[in-house]
Design a protein around this ligand. Structure first.
Ligand code: B12
Ligand code: SF4
Ligand code: SF4
Length: 317
């Protein structure tokens, strides 16, 4: 059965591994984690976690320069949740034929995908906090399928970081200095609906959403650039004109970015980030657009207060 399952998975994902739910739960409890798994119906009937990986290219598009903001690499085209969903629908049909019951999840599950992946011997978690696989490096998106049969795991040895500290040294916000501080991570700052401090505003130089620096400096990613999925190739909207973005209506935003990973948090977060970049790039000519947006979103304090700070910065130029 393991071979039949592996043959199905090979056709649809780049990477997969197996870990028994018992081992996952035992390891998890050593970290004091006692989640209820309430979001997974009939959790107790499942026996194995299959961890799936889809690789995405590392090659970035050229940054268009002043008055543009570029997306981080994983969000160049189709949201990986949608890509995985499609893959899973096909796998589920094949599993059904084998009478295997399965439950798929990506991101929102109670399963910590990176940790499940390490237990399935797919790699190690680097000091950049990401799963590093020997073949694909860190340029992977992960998901899991629970199945109601036992499958033994493969034995493979993963390298660890050794003495390297390149990602810690390169992180602009020192988020990796003591393990990981989520609130300092620029990727988090670029996705959360918060009023940004001057230091946080200063991080928005070229990249408008997400952050790839700790992947780009990682020697485990050297020479790794797999182009295996059309959905992860540049879609043509990675370089975003900052002023045009401010003028987009919600409907127009949805039409362009609706299926993109950057859109899950809504257009206003991206617009707030655009205003930060306009401030850092000293685009004084954008003052009227910023004023219009402050007026339009006057009831959204996290947007308004951040944009007002930047407006003052620009007006004093
Ligand atoms: C929330 C989230 C974020 C947040 C916080 C990330 C973080 N490191 O905590 C933010 C927005 C910052 C973020 C950023 C990014 N993310 Co993110 N993120 C997630 C998400 C949805 C949940 C992670 C989480 O909060 N876990 C809960 C917390 C409590 O876990 P924790 O911090 O690891 O710590 C606890 C556990 O690890 C536990 N523990 C420790 N050891 C063990 C062992 C076992 C067995 C168990 C069970 C538990 C356990 O104890 C710790 C303390 O309580 C995952 C998907 C998922 N479901 O796993 C993707 C995920 C980790 N992100 C991913 C990616 C790609 C990114 C970015 C690169 C995106 C970008 N370009 O901007 C950046 C990278 C930032 C970085 N250096 O980590 C990928 C990682 C792929 C990979 N190769 O590893 C994932 C897996 C998404 C996916 N489905 O592909 N992310
Ligand atoms: S994603 Fe960026 S800010 Fe976050 S830890 Fe990595 S380098 Fe630092
Ligand atoms: S840059 Fe170095 S320390 Fe950081 S994850 Fe890569 S190998 Fe590990």
């Amino acid at each position: 059965m393991k071979e039949e399952i592996s043959n199905i998975l090979k056709k649809h994902v780049d990477l997969f591994g197996f870990i028994s739910i018992d081992e996952y739960l035992k390891t998890r409890s050593t970290y004091g984690k006692e989640d209820s798994f309430s979001r997974i119906p009939n959790f107790s009937k499942y026996k194995t976690i299959i961890v799936l990986g889809l690789s995405y290219p590392s090659k970035t598009v050229e940054y268009k320069g002043k008055s543009y903001g570029v997306l981080s690499r994983y969000s160049y085209n189709t949201d990986y949740h949608l890509v995985f969903k499609k893959v899973f629908e096909t796998i589920e049909k094949a599993f059904d034929k084998l009478k295997i019951k399965s439950h798929f999840s990506v991101d929102v599950s109670d399963i910590y995908e990176k940790q499940a992946a390490t237990l399935a011997n797919l790699g190690c978690i680097g000091k950049n906090q990401l799963l590093i696989n020997n073949k694909y490096g860190t340029y992977l998106n992960l998901a899991t399928i629970l199945v109601d049969i036992d499958i033994t795991k493969n034995i493979e040895v993963a390298d660890d970081c050794g003495d390297c500290t390149l990602c810690i040294d390169a992180c602009p916000s020192s988020a990796l200095d003591n393990g990981f501080d989520r609130e300092l991570c620029i990727s988090d700052i670029s996705q959360e609906k918060n009023i940004l401090s001057e230091t946080e505003i200063s991080y928005f130089k070229e990249v408008i959403y997400g952050c790839d620096i700790c992947q780009q400096v990682c020697p485990k990613n050297t020479g790794i650039d797999f182009h295996l999925h059309e959905e992860y190739e540049p879609a043509g909207f990675e370089n975003i004109n900052l002023i045009s973005l401010l003028d987009l209506t919600n409907k127009e935003f949805k039409e362009i970015y609706g299926k993109n990973a950057s859109s899950w948090t809504g257009p206003l977060v991206l617009k707030r980030n655009a205003v930060c970049m306009i401030g850092n790039q000293k685009l004084v000519s954008a003052i009227p657009e910023i004023k219009r947006s402050i007026d339009k979103y006057k009831n959204v304090s996290w947007y308004n207060e951040t944009a007002t700070k930047i407006l003052k910065m620009l007006e004093s130029e």
